[in-house]
Each structure stands twice: as structure tokens, then as C-alpha cells.
Unconditional design. Structure first.
Length: 277
């Protein structure tokens, strides 16, 4: 009787130890998983890193679509430099006169970074910021306009795309020509629970057409100091799915195949039964 009691007690002790061991493993695994979820951890490391005190300003690249407005106190002097085109509405009705708010003629930057501007001719704007382009045009207008004009340059087709494990993937137009990685993810509804915070791919094409893929880790706070944190026009953000999403996808595909095979088999058996009756 004592031997049986001792054996039972020993088994209970082993069971308790095993339960405690499994609980510790589950707790450690959950802590490890949690560390992969929050953005911008270890802020103290970022504070120790050198930071450059300069605001981001986008540079003009080939295939950018620009609008350029020249303004001065004498509007008639600026007219030759502000080309307009008929709006789609006036073209549809056959009206050749300009509307009350004419549409400005956009300028497409060619592969060499150049545009053809009225009166001034060919201008090289590739690689310049908007401010630098405005200053260059002001200098070139001096022989034609005695006063210092106001030149405003805007990028019409400044867009970025966000795909992968986000709530609302898509392409987004950036009206102020300035957007960072976190803002882009916010536009796409943030990452899903299946998105890897430490494996975000940035796909970028430079002015020479060279493709570049950079991996960014949003678990680390110092990522906001990366030169790739601020996005350029036509950048693509891809949020990589984790292993759980890949397994779910495999299970879903396998289940669909099994259901299809089973339904076909049932149909064949039913057909044979009807034939053999």
C-alpha cells in the first residue's frame, strides 16, 4: 500500500514539474512574440545616435509631372510663361475658349531630367529640389521680367504604393510631396497581425533606373534615422507575411484541393450507382 502511495505521489510530482516546465516555455514564447509586435523599441539607442537637423525635401526625377506657375504684379508679363490647356469638360462640349479656371499645362520630365519651358526653352531640373528649381527659373526670367517674379513648382504625380500584410493595400497620392514610412503604413490601414515588423521591404528606383531593395526594421527606434525612412516618389513598401500566414495559406489551399477531390469522387460514385441500377 505504501509502495503504491509513493508511486502515485512521485507521479504527481513529475506531472507538476512537467506542467511548470511547459508553463515557463509558453510564457517565454509569448514574451518573445510580444517583442516582435511594438514599433520603435529601444528609444534610448536612438537618442544616442547622431541626428541631422535638416528637413526632407523631395528631388525631381525622370517621369515626374510638374506644374510651374509664374506670378508678378503685372499679370500680362507672366502670361507667356503660364501655358494652359482646355479642361476635359470644355473639350467635350466643343468649346474652344478657356474656362474661368484654366488648367495649367503640366511638364513631363524626360529620362535626361529635362523639360521644355515656354520662352526659356530646355531646362535641366532632374536631381533638383522644388526650391532649387524655382530659384533657377527666377534667375532665367530676369531678362524678360524686370521685377522678381514668384515661381511655384509642384509635383502632380507624387505617389507611393503599399502592398503585402496591410489592411488596405493600394497606391496613394501625396499632395504635400513629403511622406515617411509610418505615414505610408497609416494610409494603408497599418500592418495586420501577420505582418513582420522587422522585415519590411522598400523597393526604390533611382534616377538612372537602377532598382534597389532595402529591408527596414520597425521594431527598432533608430529606423526613423535611416535615409530610407523618408519615402521618394514611386517607392513601393512591401510588408512580409509571417510563417503563421504562410501556414494558413497552405492549409487553405490543401483543404480546397481535398474538398474538390472529394466532391469529384462523390459525383463519380453517384454516377456509377445510377448506371449500375
Amino acid at each position: 500500500m505504501n509502495k503504491l502511495f509513493c508511486t502515485h505521489w512521485s507521479t504527481r510530482r513529475v506531472g507538476r514539474k512537467l506542467f511548470f516546465f511547459l508553463a515557463v516555455i509558453i510564457l517565454l514564447a509569448s514574451c518573445q512574440s510580444y517583442k516582435k509586435v511594438p514599433y520603435l523599441q529601444n528609444v534610448e539607442k536612438m537618442e544616442q545616435s547622431p541626428q541631422y537637423e535638416s528637413l526632407y525635401d523631395a528631388k525631381i526625377m525622370p517621369k515626374d509631372l510638374l506644374t510651374i506657375v509664374v506670378s508678378c504684379t503685372s499679370p500680362e508679363l507672366a502670361v507667356p510663361f503660364n501655358l494652359t490647356v482646355a479642361s476635359p469638360g470644355s473639350m467635350a462640349t466643343g468649346n474652344t475658349q478657356l474656362t474661368a479656371q484654366p488648367v495649367l499645362q503640366p511638364y513631363l520630365v524626360d529620362n535626361e531630367g529635362k523639360i521644355n519651358f515656354p520662352v526659356l526653352g530646355e531646362l535641366h531640373v532632374g536631381g533638383l529640389t522644388k526650391k532649387a528649381t524655382e530659384q533657377m527659373i527666377v534667375e532665367k526670367l530676369k531678362p524678360y521680367i524686370k521685377e522678381i517674379p514668384i515661381v511655384t513648382v509642384r509635383m502632380v504625380n507624387y505617389k507611393i504604393s503599399v502592398i503585402g500584410e496591410v489592411a488596405r493595400p493600394g497606391t496613394f497620392t501625396i499632395s504635400n510631396e513629403k511622406v515617411n514610412l509610418l505615414e505610408a503604413l497609416a494610409m494603408a490601414g497599418d500592418m495586420t497581425v501577420y505582418g513582420l515588423r522587422d522585415d519590411i521591404k522598400l523597393i526604390r528606383e533611382d534616377a538612372n533606373g537602377r532598382q534597389e531593395i532595402v529591408t527596414l526594421d520597425l521594431n527598432k527606434a533608430e529606423t526613423i534615422l535611416s535615409p530610407y525612412y523618408w519615402l521618394q516618389q514611386n517607392d513601393i513598401i512591401y510588408v512580409t507575411p509571417n510563417k503563421a500566414k504562410a501556414r494558413n495559406s497552405d492549409v487553405g489551399n490543401s483543404t480546397s484541393l481535398w474538398f474538390s477531390a472529394t466532391s469529384i469522387l462523390v459525383s463519380i460514385v453517384s454516377l456509377l450507382v445510377n448506371i449500375l441500377k
